[in-house]
Design a protein around this ligand. Structure first.
Ligand code: KG4
Ligand code: ZN
Length: 362
C-alpha cells in the first residue's frame, strides 16, 4: 500500500510517499523544506512566519513527490500537537487531496509519528543483498526494523520530552513528561545564551566532543526523585528549567569559560537525566523494545549512552533508534504511523478532520 505522509507541525514542511506492507515501510520519495535559516534570525520558531512558509511550500512539495503519477492508497497527516499556524496548512492540503483523489485520510499524532520513525527504511534498489525465489520470480528480501510490544518510548524534541508506554500499537500511556522546558528547548535556550545559532542542540553537542563532561557539576533535575503518583498513575516526570537556570548562573558567575567543557558538562547532565529516568522505567515495565526518538535523539552521545546502559545491565531488550535523518520532524514517520492506522481502517472523513495543537497522545 502506498501511503502519502504530510508533516507541517513546526518548522519543516515535509511530504513523503512510502510503500508499506508486512515487510515494513520503505521510502519511495520524500522532500522536506526546512525553515531553519529563516527562524535562525529570531533565535526560535516564529509561528506566523512558519505558517506562511508552509503555505508556500506544501503544494509544490506534494506535486513533486507524486510527480511520477503514483496515486496513494491513503493520506496520513499530522493533526497535532504542534503550532496551529503550521498544522492547519498540512491538514487543509491533505484533506483537499483526500477529497480530490477519493483516497482515505488518516489523522496522525505527531508524537506517535516520532515513535514510528524507528521503523522507516530507505528504499535503495541495489542495497538488497539477500535474494529469495518465489514461484518464477526472483524477489529481494527487504527487511525493516519492527517495534515489538510492549514498548517504551522516550520522545525528546524541542517541544516535547515524554516517556510513553505502548502495550500494543496505538495503545499509549504517558508515564512521564516535562513539567517545564523540553530537553531540546533547554539545549536551544542555553545555546542562545552562548551566542550559538538556532537550533542549539547540534551546536552544543559539537562543542561538547572536545570538552570534559565532569568539568562542571550541573544539577540532574528529578533524577533521584521518587516517582510520584499523578492523575495518570505513576509518573516519571522531567524538569529542565532548573538546569537551564543553573547554566545561566554559572555563566554569569564565571568570567573565563571553556566553552567545550561547559557544553560537555551541560550535555552530560541532560543525558544522565534522560537515560537515568528511561532505565528506571525499563526496570519497572520490562518492555520488549526501548525506543529513543525526536530531534534530541540525533545526539550521538545520548544514543551511545542508552545502548551502553542497556548492554551493561545485560538486558535482553532491543533498542530502536531512528536513522539520523528521521530524528528531526519528517513526513516519512507520519506515513509509517499512518500505515498502522490504515491496517485497522482507522480513517477520518475529510469533513471531520481538525488540527488540534494540544492533541495528547494519551
Ligand atoms: O523533533 P524536532 O525536529 O522538532 C520538534 O518537534 O521540536 O526537534 C528539534 C530539537 C531542537 O530543540 C534541537 O536543538 C534538538 O532537537 N536537537 C538536538 C540535536 N539535534 C537536534 N539536541 C541535542 N543534540 C543534538 N545533536
Ligand atoms: Zn517533532
Amino acid at each position: 500500500m502506498l501511503v502519502l505522509g504530510v508533516e507541517s507541525s513546526c518548522d519543516d514542511t515535509s511530504v513523503a510517499l512510502l510503500e508499506c506492507s508486512k515487510q515494513g515501510c520503505f521510502v519511495v520519495n520524500e522532500l522536506t523544506a526546512s525553515q531553519i535559516e529563516i527562524h535562525k534570525k529570531y533565535g526560535g520558531v516564529v509561528p506566523e512566519i512558519a505558517g506562511r512558509m508552509h503555505a508556500e511550500k506544501i503544494i509544490p512539495l506534494i506535486e513533486e513527490v507524486l510527480k511520477d503519477g503514483a496515486k496513494p492508497d491513503a493520506i496520513a497527516v499530522t493533526a497535532g500537537p504542534g503550532l496551529m499556524t503550521g498544522l492547519i496548512i498540512g491538514v487543509e492540503a491533505a484533506k483537499t487531496l483526500s477529497y480530490a483523489l477519493n483516497v482515505p485520510l488518516i489523522a496522525v499524532n505527531h508524537i506517535e509519528g516520532h515513535i514510528h520513525s524507528v521503523e522507516i527504511s530507505k528504499q535503495t534498489p541495489n542495497s538488497n543483498s539477500q535474494i529469495t525465489k518465489t514461484d518464477d520470480k526472483i524477489l529481494p528480501i527487504r527487511k525493516s526494523p519492527k517495534i515489538i510490544y510492549p514498548a517504551l518510548a522516550l520522545v525528546a524534541s524541542g517541544g516535547h520530552t515524554e516517556l510513553i508506554l505502548a502495550k500494543k500499537q496505538g495503545r499509549y500511556k504517558k508515564i512521564g513528561a516535562t513539567r517545564d522546558d523540553a530537553a531540546g528547548e533547554c539545549f536551544d535556550k542555553v545555546a542562545k545564551i552562548l551566542d550559538l545559532p538556532y537550533p542549539g542542540g547540534p551546536q552544543i553537542s559539537k562543542l561538547a566532543i572536545e570538552g570534559d563532561p565532569k568539568a562542571i557539576n550541573f544539577p540532574r533535575p528529578m533524577l533521584k526523585n521518587k516517582n510520584s503518583s499523578s492523575k495518570n498513575g505513576l509518573s516519571w516526570d522531567f524538569s529542565f528549567a532548573g538546569l537551564k537556570t543553573a547554566a545561566l548562573y554559572w555563566l554569569r558567575d564565571h568570567k573565563k569559560i571553556n566553552k567545550n567543557d561547559f557544553c560537555s558538562s551541560f550535555e552530560q547532565a541532560i543525558i544522565d537525566v534522560l537515560v537515568g529516568k528511561t532505565m528506571k522505567a525499563v526496570e519497572k515495565f520490562k518492555p520488549k523494545t526501548i525506543i529513543l526518538a525526536g530531534g534530541v535523539s540525533a545526539n550521538k552521545k545520548l544514543r551511545e549512552t542508552l545502548i551502553k546502559e542497556v548492554k551493561n545491565q545485560a538486558l535482553k531488550y532491543s533498542v530502536l533508534l531512528p536513522k539520523s535523518e528521521y530524528c528531526m520532524d519528517n513526513a516519512a514517520m507520519i506515513a509509517t504511523a499512518g500505515y498502522h492506522h490504515a491496517l485497522k481502517k482507522d480513517y477520518v472523513l475529510w469533513q471531520n478532520i481538525k488540527a488540534d495543537p494540544n492533541w495528547e497522545i494519551a
